[in-house]
Write a protein that binds this ligand. Structure first.
Ligand code: PEP
Length: 244
């Protein structure tokens, strides 16, 4: 399986930031993993143009479950495709928290993404209170069950395990904790999707940086990373790409 380094720019970046794409592609013309950047929607089209002919793929950070209609401010999966996206992040904890996205909403968006040929990167992860209460596996299991529709394939589904308390905080779970959740997710997906689960990429996300990437990527069932802050600069993200 080819591993995946995915960058989530969140609500960061205007036209000048596109220079990072050229810098990343120049420094890593033949990366050993797939490389994806998910900029704000306003940059997708321009980033896709900047990335043409390079190994860098471009994705969205959310999509609506419907194809079109009266949904002011929203963007459909088909619009992301049209702008040049190949992937879309769905159910990120910031969207679950800021926009009240439920597992059912994430599942509907995932279905919409698949309907247009986008690869869905579905995010799951526990809060600090849930981890402290020993509920991590139960929470992640319920999110997986509710957010991933039937019919998932290894080509169309990527899962990102992102403990909410590790996002943007500089804190990470121990290697054993990451490995435990990833092993659990692989087993849950195998119980539901059979042999297909072996090829599904399971990304870790939450304060991944050049200094910790190699040891996290060496863990079993970790097939890449979803990276926030450290994906904004080509030098940092390139170092993470090189570690995969
Ligand atoms: C994220 O936004 O998905 C993320 C993991 O952020 P950071 O790498 O900044 O913790």
């Amino acid at each position: 399986m080819r591993k995946l380094a995915a960058g989530n720019w969140k609500m960061n970046g205007t036209a000048t930031a596109l220079a990072e794409v050229a810098a990343l592609a120049a420094a890593h013309p033949a990366p050993g993993c797939e490389v994806l950047l998910c900029p704000p929607a306003t940059l997708i089209d321009r980033m896709a143009n900047a990335a043409r002919g390079t190994p860098v793929m471009v994705g969205g950070q959310d999509c609506h479950a419907r194809e079109s209609g009266a949904h002011t401010g929203d963007i459909s999966a088909a619009m992301l495709r049209d702008a040049g996206a190949s992937h879309v992040i769905l159910g990120h904890s910031e969207r679950r928290a800021d926009h009240g996205e439920t597992d059912a909403a994430v599942a509907a968006k995932t279905q919409a993404a698949w309907g247009t040929g986008l690869v869905a990167i579905v995010c799951v992860g526990e809060t600090e209170a849930q981890r402290d209460a020993g509920q991590t596996l139960a929470v992640v299991g319920a999110q997986l069950a509710g957010s991933v529709p039937d019919g998932a394939t290894a080509a169309a589904l990527v899962i990102a395990y992102e403990p909410v308390w590790a996002i943007g905080t500089g804190r990470t779970p121990t290697n054993a904790e990451i490995a435990e959740v990833h092993r659990f997710m692989r087993a849950e997906l195998a119980a539901r999707f059979g042999a297909e689960a072996a090829g599904m990429r399971l990304l870790y996300g939450g304060s991944v940086k050049p200094s910790n990437a190699a040891e996290i990527f060496a863990l079993p069932d970790v097939d890449g990373a979803l990276v926030g802050g450290a994906s904004l600069k080509a030098a940092d993200f390139g170092a993470i790409v090189a570690a995969l």
